[in-house]
Each structure stands twice: as structure tokens, then as C-alpha cells.
Design a protein around this ligand. Structure first.
Ligand SMILES: NC(=O)c1ccc[n+]([C@@H]2O[C@H](COP(=O)([O-])OP(=O)(O)OC[C@H]3O[C@@H](n4cnc5c(N)ncnc54)[C@H](O)[C@@H]3O)[C@@H](O)[C@H]2O)c1
Ligand SMILES: [Zn+2]
Length: 341
């Protein structure tokens, strides 16, 4: 089968001919129709510090996918050949205290598909049945292929009650933009999204009814005044990984404000924790998606009108992968979906 693999410890990704994976009794074999390119895949492509210390080579990468089940393992009872599916990309153990309490997303042994084990940038992928999410007919394959990052956005946006609240989102990458759409969908009053990239801010305003702010040349206080906001934002969703963005977010929060942190800073940074103390701010780290409540809420919101399709800016054939990865690593795309059919 065709697969995109990290073949060498250097910048790049390579199309290879790989054997179709053999499934175990608790797995299913998925024929991949569409895959999304994630920031993680770009880190692996660029072979940055994180990738060098994390990714075994050779390794088929990719974890955002939609496809169809073509074989099921002997123990699998709840899934059938022919079902359209996507799935959770974090593989968890069942023996930790958290897992035994049903909080699988807190399992300390979590491994990533396409990061620690063979991924889904391939014509076929082996996935544990536990991780499979059947797709309703109303959710097509290209949306199915971006449920993993949409799930990150859902997990972050639903960390705190947003009904009637003023929300600031830092970072208008694909996840920040989807987070903004979710905040509006669940009933936030004002949603302000910040970035320093005008194209990404323009896309944010196309996807959702939000106020885009370019913090390179606009003052957040002016924006707040325009919106008749007096004290500050009630909730912040940090989706840039930028230390400057977090600092700015805290400075524009109400007393007792709440922040959900999804963005991953590239390296440790200096930070004035006293602002968190004196403003009595709550900080909550977010990793992955809750298994499986995030998935339930995500599918339910999509079925009740949440529309994030415009965040997909590029639809390409997998044979054009070189161009796709160039676009992604130059930051010239929001979500890119590759077609494997
Ligand atoms: N915790 C998790 O499980 C998890 C999962 C997926 C992604 N992430 C992280 O979430 C973040 C968002 O993912 P993405 O794919 O949308 O990322 P992205 O890199 O495409 O978007 C980040 C955006 O932040 C913007 N930015 C940079 N400096 C800024 C500033 N000072 N103020 C406002 N915006 C600024 C960038 O211009 C960019 O558009 C990334 O940091 C990613 O690593 C975390
Ligand atoms: Zn991803």
C-alpha cells in the first residue's frame, strides 16, 4: 500500500510502498479515504527538536483521518465491515487509576497514532476498536478527517461555561478558528480572536461571527471599548503557544477569569505568576480530547449546526503531498485535507 513515512532523520516526508498492517483480535482495519495535515505532522516534517527526540524512524505518520472499516478482529462485536469511521488518535492503557475510573484521557501511558506508533497517512491503518468513532451520514469524510483538531477545540472551548460570557481566543490557527466557532455556537456573547497574521484573521471572520484583532497593530482596549466591555474577558482560550499572547490574555481578563491552555510553547519561558495570583485566575491545561465525551459533544454540535468547513482551505490528492507539506510548513494554509481514494 501507499504510505507517507518519515524515512530519514532529516527534513522531509517520503512516499513508500508498505505492507498492509495485520490486525489483532481487538483491532479493525480502516481503508483511509481522507486525512488532515496537523501541526504535529509539520513538526515531524520539519524535523525540529521535539520531533527528533520523539519520533522513531522509519515511521508512517498522520493521525487525522476518515475512512471505512474493511476488516474486524475476532473479538470486535460492535463494529462492522463497511462502516464509515474516524477515531481517537490517542491510544490509552486500561490499568492506570485514571483509566479504571473511566477518565481515559488522563491515562499516563497515552501514546499517539502517527507519533509513537504507525499512523494513518496510508491506504490502510490498524486501529484499536476502542478508538473507533462511527460517522453519521450527515458528517462527510472531509469533516471526518478534521475531527481530531476540532476535538481539541471542543475540549478547550467547553472547559468553562461560555454561555453569555465574553471570550478571548489567542491564535487564529485552524484550532483557534474552530474554537471561536464553537464559542459562538454554545452562546458566548462577544468572541474576540487575536493573531498577528492578517490572512488567518480574515479566515476567522469568514468561519464564525467573531471579532478578529491583529495585535501587531490594534489595541485590545480599543476593541473592548467598541464592544462596550468594561472589566475584561470572562474566559480565555490560549491557542497560539505564544508567551506574549498568554501575557496579553491575562492582562485583559476580569478578576477571577478562567483560561484554558491548549497552545504548546516551543520552549520554557519567563512568566509573571503574580498576575495569576492577584487576579485569582484559573488556569487549566488541555491535552487531546476527553474520551469520549468530547467526541459525543462534537458530533452533536455538528449535527445541530456547528459549521467549520471553511477552515479547510486546501483539498489535495495525496500524490501532491510534497506541495501540501510545503504549504503547511510555510503557514500558507489553514486546514489541508489529503484525498487517498
Ligand atoms: N494540547 C493539545 O492537545 C494540542 C493539540 C493540538 C494542537 N495543540 C497546540 O495548539 C496550538 C494551536 O494549534 P494550531 O494547529 O491551530 O496552530 P497554528 O500554529 O496553526 O496557529 C497558531 C497561531 O498563533 C498565532 N500567533 C503567534 N503569536 C501570536 C500572538 N502573540 N498573539 C496571537 N496569536 C499569535 C500564529 O500566527 C498562528 O496563526 C498550537 O500551539 C499547537 O501546538 C495542542
Ligand atoms: Zn492533529
Amino acid at each position: 500500500m501507499k504510505a507517507l513515512s518519515k524515512q530519514k532523520s532529516e527534513v522531509g516526508i517520503w512516499m513508500i510502498d508498505a505492507p498492509v498492517p495485520e490486525i489483532g483480535p481487538d483491532d479493525v482495519l480502516v481503508k483511509i479515504n481522507k486525512t488532515g495535515i496537523c501541526g504535529t505532522d509539520v513538526h515531524i516534517y520539519k524535523w525540529d527538536e521535539w520531533a527528533q527526540k520523539t519520533i522513531p524512524v522509519p515511521m508512517i505518520t498522520g493521525h487525522e483521518y476518515a475512512g471505512e472499516i474493511v476488516a474486524v478482529g475476532a473479538n470486535v462485536r460492535n463494529l462492522q465491515v463497511g462502516q464509515r469511521v474516524s477515531g481517537e488518535g490517542h491510544l490509552v492503557g486500561m490499568n492506570s487509576r485514571a483509566s479504571r475510573a473511566g477518565k481515559y484521557h488522563l491515562d499516563p501511558e497515552t501514546k499517539g497514532i502517527g507519533v509513537n506508533v504507525q499512523g494513518t497517512f496510508a491506504e490502510f491503518a490498524k486501529i484499536p476498536a476502542f478508538n473507533i468513532i462511527p460517522l453519521p451520514d450527515t458528517i462527510d469524510d472531509e469533516i471526518g478527517a478534521i475531527l481530531d483538531p476540532l476535538g481539541n477545540a471542543v475540549h478547550t472551548a467547553l472547559a468553562f461555561d461560555l454561555v453569555g460570557e465574553d471570550v478571548i481566543i489567542t491564535g487564529a490557527g485552524p484550532i483557534g478558528i474552530m474554537g471561536a466557532a464553537i464559542a459562538r455556537h454554545v452562546g458566548a456573547r462577544h468572541v474576540v480572536i487575536t493573531d498577528v497574521n492578517p490572512e488567518r484573521l480574515a479566515l476567522a471572520a469568514e468561519v464564525a461571527d467573531v471579532h478578529p484583532v491583529n495585535v501587531a497593530n490594534e489595541d485590545l482596549r480599543d476593541v473592548m471599548a467598541k464592544l462596550k466591555m468594561k472589566e475584561g474577558f470572562d474566559v480565555g482560550l490560549e491557542m497560539s503557544g505564544s508567551p506574549a499572547a498568554l501575557d496579553q490574555m491575562i492582562d485583559h481578563l476580569v478578576m477571577g477569569g478562567r483560561i484554558a491552555l491548549l497552545g504548546v510553547p516551543a520552549r520554557p519561558f519567563h512568566f509573571d505568576l503574580s498576575k495569576v495570583v492577584f487576579r485569582m485566575v484559573t488556569l487549566k491545561g488541555i491535552y487531546g480530547r476527553e474520551m469520549f465525551d468530547t467526541w459525543h459533544k462534537m458530533l452533536a454540535m455538528l449535527e445541530s449546526g456547528l459549521d467549520v468547513r471553511k477552515v479547510i482551505t486546501h483539498r489535495m490528492k495525496v500524490d501532491d503531498y510534497a506541495e501540501a507539506f510545503e504549504l503547511a510548513s510555510a503557514g500558507k494554509a489553514s486546514k489541508i485535507v489529503l484525498d487517498w481514494t
